[in-house]
Design a protein around this ligand. Structure first.
Ligand code: AMP
Ligand code: MG
Length: 478
């Protein structure tokens, strides 16, 4: 037996058994061999034909117990109890070690009882975006779900225009979202909520069971993991785009990719989701929204914790986030010592970038060279005087450091990526793939797998966006 089905079996009355609806003329286009080996995905399913036939055979070991999970969620601040896996199925789980579970979830698998008005499908464009982003984030060291494989098809799927259906197998510790717990709390089903908590504690937070209050320990873990995640998003300039509570993982990983973006020019209020008219999920709102979401999740913990305990636990978020963010930003500037004024220096640098609309990633990378001169920095900006003043302060601060310039530059290059998944790069890869050519996807994946390396042969991928790629409107439809 390769596969487990603990969620399907232990939580039978929280799920709906659903079979995969095959796609017409399905082809395996991307397969993440490294990940497959890491999670011990059975060797005989590494072959395209055997994988697709296992996926589409309702009796295969892989999907014999496929289920759709029920959850709800706060979408743009409003509670929606009607959500659930509307187009994704949990196929099976892999236990890679005693303490490590890996979910195999098929996105785009067809209609389920939670599809509402949707067709249960995902399009090639959005599955490629998810595949690329999860690999990009993973290799930057940002916790995320990961893509195991991508399947294209000739099945017509209608969004703003006709596109083609595709599927993606997504992996992560579990697909448990804030919205799972919120749903069973708000729908007043305490027995089911209790079962869900017991399952989650036993399978995913066993260390919390050793604590006096297991639920409080679990909430605390989620609060701290979420703070760490958001600190990373902010420091790498990543914008999630749809931080609804149904898109928030209890494991503190980046989850459910939609119209995300890595910042090009540094614009704190950048909104990457063009349906987000109020900017609720703008880049600089993410830290606050994550806390709002944790607060929403905490309601589900009220049967197990006093209000004071909940307040105390949620109170761990802000100091943790501030501490982690400062740590990451200090690293980006090459500051190993901790000095009080460091964040002022960071913020002044960010103001320079904002005022002159400079590229977030490229500007930090510029600082990461051993022989950086005042002229290099001044020439990077329009506001030359302000840049010169900042550089003088930065140089004085660097004098307090003990490592050599070369050492510092090396460490800074390991904290400041040269390559990030800019939306225009993803779009080029998608355009080619829609013509049936996945070579550009493969090439881009190779680049994103070593984001901190110079990769002389791939310099073009470090370029800031051309005119057409500057303010791309990424559709929410997927
Ligand atoms: P998302 O915007 O992808 O996070 O999805 C929000 C909710 O809508 C979830 O309950 C999804 O399962 C559901 N959903 C999204 N797209 C579709 C679709 N094409 N068909 C059915 N349900 C969908
Ligand atoms: Mg979602």
């Amino acid at each position: 037996m390769f596969f487990n089905h603990s969620y399907a079996k232990d939580l039978q009355d929280l799920v709906s058994p659903v079979k995969v609806a095959p796609l017409f003329n399905a082809k395996l286009r991307l397969f993440n061999k490294t990940l497959a080996q890491e999670i011990k995905f059975p060797e005989h399913l590494h072959q395209p034909e055997s994988l697709i036939s296992a996926l589409f055979n309702p009796q295969s070991e892989l999907n014999r117990h496929s289920i759709a999970q029920k959850y709800g969620g706060h979408q743009f601040g409003s509670w929606n109890p009607e959500l659930g896996d509307g187009r994704g199925l949990l196929l099976a789980e892999l236990r890679t070690s005693e303490s490590r579970n890996v979910d195999l979830h098929l996105k785009g698998a067809g209609k389920t009882p939670y599809s509402r008005f949707g067709d249960g499908r995902a399009v090639l464009r959005s599955t490629i975006r998810e595949y690329l982003a999860s690999e990009a984030l993973h290799h930057l060291g940002i916790p995320t779900s990961r893509a195991l494989c991508l399947i294209s098809s000739q099945e017509p799927v209608y969004r703003e225009k006709q596109e083609h259906g595709a599927m993606l197998i997504r992996t992560c510790q579990s697909h448990l979202r804030f919205g799972h717990f919120e749903y069973f709390y708000h729908s007043k089903q305490p027995e089911k909520l209790e079962k869900l908590f017991q399952y989650t504690l036993a399978n995913h937070f066993p260390q919390c069971l050793e604590q006096k209050n297991a639920h409080q320990a679990m909430l605390s873990q989620i609060v701290n993991d979420t703070a760490d995640l958001v600190a990373k998003w902010q420091s790498f300039g990543f914008c999630h785009g749809v931080m609804n509570t149904d898109n928030m993982s209890i494991h503190g990983i980046t989850f459910d990719f939609g119209p995300y973006a890595f910042l090009d020019n540094f614009e704190p209020g950048y909104i990457c989701n063009h349906s987000d008219h109020q900017g609720r999920y703008a880049f600089d709102q993410q830290p606050g929204v994550a806390l709002w979401n944790l607060n929403a999740l905490a309601h589900a913990f009220t049967p197990y914790m006093s209000i004071d305990e909940i307040k105390e636990t949620l109170g761990e978020y802000e100091p943790r986030l501030t501490e982690q963010y400062a740590k990451l930003m200090r690293k980006k500037l090459g500051l190993q010592q901790e000095k009080q004024a460091d964040m002022t220096l960071v913020n002044q640098w960010l103001s320079l970038l904002e005022n002159d609309k400079r590229d977030y990633t490229a500007s930090f990378r510029l600082l990461s060279q051993a022989n950086l001169s005042q002229q290099d920095v001044i020439d990077h900006f329009i506001g030359r005087e302000a840049a010169g003043t900042w550089f003088k302060q930065y140089s004085r601060r660097l004098e307090l450091e003990t490592q050599s310039c070369e050492q510092r530059a090396m460490l800074m290059r390991a904290a400041n990526p040269k390559y990030v998944l800019r939306n225009y790069l993803a779009q080029i890869a998608i355009d080619r793939a829609e013509e049936g050519n996945f070579a550009e996807c493969e090439r881009l994946l190779t680049v994103l797998q070593s984001p901190f390396e110079e990769q002389l042969e791939h310099q073009a991928y470090a370029k800031t966006p051309p005119d057409w790629g500057q303010s791309m409107e990424i559709s929410c439809s997927s």
